[in-house]
Write a protein that binds this ligand. Structure first.
Ligand code: ZN
Length: 61
């Protein structure tokens, strides 16, 4: 898997329990889905590609 593709997790806290997703762009063609998120505990921000099939909590399913 492309190292730029990761499941969202706070790298400060090491968990995904406190993430607030600010944007999610579904996959399109060969471009993976992308998520931007902030951790509500330490306020660190991250944005990167996410694995196929991953959806923010509360979306899809
Ligand atoms: Zn955090």
């Amino acid at each position: 898997m492309d190292p730029a593709v990761q499941i969202p997790v706070c790298h400060q806290c090491g968990v995904d329990d406190f993430l607030i997703f600010e944007s999610f762009t579904p996959a399109a063609g060969d471009t993976p889905a992308m998520a931007n998120y902030t951790c509500s505990v330490c306020e660190s921000f991250a944005g990167h590609f996410v694995p196929a099939g991953w959806l923010p909590p509360g979306q899809g399913k």
